[in-house]
Design a protein around this ligand. Structure first.
Ligand SMILES: [Zn+2]
Length: 218
């Protein structure tokens, strides 16, 4: 059985996110949305997060500005400005649903996993605040190849694999081929799930797993 967990990063955007939600809803699919504080910090953005949650999706923190990966961020208050500020925006929305764990996805430019993803202060905060850190194992580059990403993502679904795929609900990324991708994946017998592959979780409820040191700049 090949399994696929969908995640959409860097939104919500009023131009794209409603269409992504419709494509999922039409097929009864649930996904993860890792949102940016700067996009949630508007009435429109908040309403989109409320809609995601109301429709059964999971929502996580993906930093406020998404400008400099935390492992490379020289600002002493980067944790406060990127993680905590976004948490403050999401907390009242998440409090209304019982989806459990607080989720954080670091960003790193091109989906490369490495020590640029977190700094020591961010690691400390995520542990203390009992976050689950959600990485990925498939980045089909929808943002720089909006025509070709879907075939690449389908090809990555090798028999028995559990893919945690990163797409983007932003303009110029996955949307044009999203419905075709979802239908083709289904036709191939791929099972969509909200389960997260263990190997993509370096931190679970604040407890470090073996992958954590590899993503922290020491
Ligand atoms: Zn991102």
């Amino acid at each position: 059985m090949t399994r696929l967990t969908l995640s959409f990063d860097n939104g919500p955007t009023p131009e794209i996110t409603p269409h992504v939600l419709e494509a999922l809803s039409k097929r009864g699919l649930k996904a993860y949305f890792f949102v940016l504080g700067k996009h949630v910090d508007t009435g429109e953005g908040r309403a989109l997060v409320e809609r995601m949650l109301a429709e059964g999706h999971r929502v996580g923190n993906h930093s406020y500005s998404h400008e400099v990966p935390l492992g490379d961020d020289p600002r002493g208050d980067a944790v406060e400005r990127e993680i905590v500020s976004t948490e403050r925006l999401l907390a009242p929305l998440l409090a209304r649903v019982s989806s459990g764990a607080k989720l954080f996805r670091p960003f790193g430019g091109g989906g490369i996993v490495g020590p640029h993803l977190l700094n020591a202060a961010a690691e400390r905060y995520l542990r203390e605040a009992a976050y689950t850190c959600v990485l990925w194992n498939d980045v089909p580059h929808d943002w720089d190849d909006p025509e070709g990403w879907a075939d690449r993502a389908l090809a990555a679904c090798t028999p028995g694999a559990h893919r945690l795929t990163v797409l983007h609900d932003i303009p110029g990324a996955c949307l044009a081929h999203l419905e075709r991708f979802l239908d083709e994946a289904r036709a191939r017998g791929i099972e969509f799930t909200l389960d997260l592959a263990e190997s993509c979780l370096p931190l679970v409820g604040g407890v470090a797993r073996e992958g954590l040191p590899a993503i922290v700049r020491s």
